[in-house]
Design a protein around this ligand. Structure first.
Ligand code: FES
Length: 114
């Protein structure tokens, strides 16, 4: 996993690199004005972005295990849905999702206002 330089806040889409920059079944962290954003890549090369903060006690989801369209938090093993940011039952909570757009192999994020 590697981090890229902090992004300036922009009201729009920000190019954060390519699909190949994210390990398959892994994650990459992008620093932003709202904190770290975790970019996840599934086995099918789908890309999802969530705040890098577990809804339980703030664990770094980017360091979790990606499986299917979910990630298991490295701290207490809650499973978070990558599409919605919701914790899977029986746990409750939600991590903020970040809009992702793919243009070919390039990945764009819409970083929300702080
Ligand atoms: S902080 Fe993620 S499961 Fe506890």
């Amino acid at each position: 996993m590697s981090a890229v330089p902090a992004l300036e806040w922009m009201d729009g889409w920000v190019d954060v690199g390519t699909v190949a920059d994210i390990p398959r079944l892994g994650a990459r962290v992008v620093a932003s004005a709202i904190g770290n954003i975790a970019l996840f890549r599934t086995a099918e090369d789908e890309i999802f972005a969530l705040e890098d903060r577990c809804p339980h006690k703030g664990g770094p989801l980017s360091q979790g295990i990606v499986h299917g369209k979910g990630v298991s938090c490295p701290l207490h093993n809650w499973v978070i849905e990558l599409e919605t940011g919701e914790a899977c039952a029986p746990d409750h909570g939600c991590t903020r999702t970040i809009d992702v757009l793919r243009q070919g192999e390039r990945i764009l994020l819409r970083v929300p206002r702080p």
